[in-house]
Design a protein around this ligand. Structure first.
Ligand SMILES: Nc1ncnc2c1ncn2[C@@H]1O[C@H](COP(=O)(O)OP(=O)(O)OP(=O)(O)O)[C@@H](O)[C@H]1O
Ligand SMILES: Nc1nc2c(ncn2[C@@H]2O[C@H](COP(=O)(O)O)[C@@H](O)[C@H]2O)c(=O)[nH]1
Length: 391
């Protein structure tokens, strides 16, 4: 703390700096929230990420924050405008899916992380047009048939569902592929990534670490699919407590004897592991059926019948595949632009002459999600000019 970055001490002393952009090779924006001035700096060549520094006016010194989330790469420049507790950053000359970013400076997530880490924290999330469907969390004891039911669903509706590929420290089974069934990883690596906030949830299950990364869920939604998570009850509890809105289904076996038979017949575990999984199953079934984590109970006796029940509770019984969803509308923002805010609307105006005609409005009234993943629900409207003129 305290040491001033070379680039901006004098600039900051010059007075009101909200949204000010200074061009001298690099691009800087400054946004003031209370006593703090947030400075974002981009190198302008697209190779480095946009850097964040904070000048604390009450202390009169620079603070180097812990920066969480995936950082945006710099581009031809960027603008910034404050939207309540986050700074909206518009990148210039970037692809349409990489133009809008949010730097959270005082959201619930940032406050939690600040408390947890004991440092100043800011967190990036990428802005995404449109919303994602609620993910589906499927839990239940090992061997109950979660994976089997999920595979059936993904096979019948390949364009509708996507699987959240978890990380695990357990060894791969014969047919399992890294990056497809799991991201197989070392304990020390995973523990470090957990500390760095990479995971939406994680748990020690049957003696190994398992976890769902934020990215595992977001990439499925980015592909326009509904995400399915196959996680244990502890994980389901953590997701329930997180900001991710999901549907929670608990799969239960007809009996402990049948569960044991399924586990043994699967032939993937040693005797010791089977016994451990069966011991844990008792507690999981008790928790799963008695807690209020789950929205639905699915009794998996006869497989085909259970699958039909699963489809019914997801509203898929008698489902006829509709024509593919239209892709979210894309807008390429003008490279030369300025950004301002009126109520819940962000106005991006082209830097061309007679600019009043060249306006794009971005509605930020119904944003969902946020750091450290994606901020969804962006809605652009073009006002007063054709896109061709703007791009
Ligand atoms: N309704 C069912 N009736 C009989 N066998 C079943 C049924 N459902 C699944 N099975 C079988 O039980 C075994 C375990 O199923 P599966 O691997 O899907 O369980 P799981 O809940 O995903 O386990 P884990 O949590 O360990 O990954 C598999 O061999 C599968 O073919
Ligand atoms: N909390 C989490 N649990 C997970 C995750 N991925 C899988 N699991 C659960 O672990 C057990 C064992 O799985 P197996 O593949 O070793 O048989 C099972 O109950 C899974 O649901 C995760 O990311 N987080």
């Amino acid at each position: 703390m305290g040491e001033a970055p070379a680039f901006l001490v004098e600039d900051l002393q010059d007075g009101p700096l909200n949204g000010l952009e200074l061009k001298n090779g690099t691009c800087k924006t400054t946004t003031t929230v209370g006593d703090k001035t947030y400075v974002t700096v981009g190198a302008g060549d697209g190779t480095l990420s946009i850097d964040v520094q904070i000048f604390d006016r009450s202390l009169g010194e620079w603070v180097h924050p812990t920066v969480l989330g995936t950082k945006p790469l710099s581009c031809k420049g960027h603008s910034a405008v404050l939207c309540e507790n986050r700074i909206l950053v518009v990148k210039k000359g970037s692809k349409s899916d990489d133009q809008i970013w949010f730097l959270e400076v005082d959201t619930e997530y940032v406050r939690q992380q600040r408390k947890k880490l004991g440092t100043e924290v800011v967190a990036w999330s990428k802005g995404v047009i449109g919303n994602a469907e609620k993910p589906i969390v499927i839990s239940g004891p090992s061997g109950v048939g979660k994976g089997t039911l999920i595979s059936m669903l993904m096979k019948e509706f390949p364009s509708m569902f996507g699987f959240s590929v978890s990380h695990t420290t357990r060894a791969p089974r014969n047919m399992e592929k890294d990056g497809v069934h799991y991201h197989f990883t070392d304990k020390s690596v995973m523990e470090k990534e957990i500390k760095n906030g990479k995971f939406l949830e994680f748990a020690s299950v049957h003696g190994n670490l398992y976890g769902t990364s934020v990215e595992a869920v977001e990439v499925v939604a980015d592909a326009g699919k509904r995400c399915i998570l196959d996680i244990d009850v502890q994980g389901a509890k953590s997701v329930r407590a997180s900001s991710l809105e999901a549907i929670f289904i608990f799969v239960s076996p007809p009996s402990m004897e049948e569960l044991e038979k399924r586990l043994r017949d699967r032939g993937t575990e040693t005797e010791e592991q089977i016994l451990k999984r069966l011991r844990n199953a008792k507690a999981e079934i008790e928790q799963g059926t008695s807690s209020n984590i789950f929205d639905f109970m699915l009794y998996n006796d006869k497989l085909e019948e259970s699958y039909e029940k699963l489809k019914k509770l997801l509203g898929l019984d008698g489902f006829v595949a509709a024509s593919p969803k239209s892709a979210p509308k894309e807008i390429n923002l003008p490279v030369d632009h300025s950004v301002s805010k009126i109520d819940d609307k962000i106005i991006i105006s082209s830097g061309l002459e007679k600019e009043t005609k060249n306006l794009i409005m971005l509605d930020v009234s119904s944003l969902k999600g946020g750091a450290p993943g994606r901020t969804r629900g962006l809605d652009f409207q073009v006002i007063g000019a054709s896109l061709d003129k703007l791009c």
